[in-house]
Design a binder for this molecule. Structure first.
Ligand SMILES: O=C(O)c1ccccc1NCC(=O)[C@H](O)[C@H](O)COP(=O)(O)O
Length: 199
């Protein structure tokens, strides 16, 4: 069964909603503008998170010291790199952060698939582009992926069944769990139930 990550939680009520419906992972985004949380906000959200849900910190070309601090204090358990981080960056990160690393790739070409394949990250994530855009890429590229991957980019309650048929390690959803720019509990419930009810 694929796992599910709900990304871009920003409010205490978002945490209450995921605590009720129990996705496998949640994402706290330390980048961009729309869903960015400060370390202080992230600490508060994490303190209220159910212990069975894994907290993933999402970063774009961030200083490694920021990631190390958030991991050491327990605010994040996994790291998601959503920028132009290279292998040297991942090596440097591993030297001081013993957390699983997810690396995101924009999948638009065969060369993108090759880059994704070659990543030393523990898991790779196939997305449309910048992250949290709500836009879908051509999922037929995933047929060339030969390692476990997370599928992201524009997944909604309407498209999640199609996404699950690709048998990704996990689906990652942000925009599709929102209404009017905020997470909506009913959508979180529906998305988690779609994943869990699938045989
Ligand atoms: O959500 C953001 O604003 C964001 C900003 C910068 C980097 C990553 C960001 N989000 C990552 C995600 O929400 C997910 O990993 C993924 O891109 C799914 O997004 P969506 O297409 O909105 O479901």
């Amino acid at each position: 069964m694929s796992k599910i990550k709900i990304c871009g939680l920003t409010r205490p009520e978002d945490i209450q909603a995921v605590n009720r419906w129990q996705p496998d992972y949640i994402g706290l985004v330390f980048a961009g503008r729309k869903r960015r949380v400060t370390p202080a906000q992230a600490r508060t959200l994490r303190a209220a998170l159910h212990p069975a849900i894994t907290a993933v910190g999402v970063f774009v070309n961030a200083p490694i010291e920021l990631i190390r601090q958030l991991w050491r204090e327990g605010t994040i358990q996994w790291v998601q790199l959503h920028g132009q981080e290279d292998e040297a960056y991942i090596r440097a990160l591993r030297a001081c952060v013993r957390a699983p690393i997810i690396q995101a790739f924009s999948l638009q070409s065969r060369a993108d698939v090759q880059r994704l394949q070659a990543s030393s990250a523990d898991l790779v994530l196939a997305d449309h582009g910048g992250g949290g855009s709500g836009r879908r890429f051509d999922w037929s590229w995933t047929a060339y992926i030969q390692r476990p991957y997370i599928l992201a980019g524009g997944i909604t309650c309407q498209t999640i069944q199609e996404a699950l048929r690709l048998r990704p390690y996990a689906v990652d959803i942000s925009s599709g769990a929102e209404t009017g720019g905020h997470k909506e509990e009913k959508k979180i419930q529906a998305l988690v139930q779609c994943v869990r009810r699938r045989p």
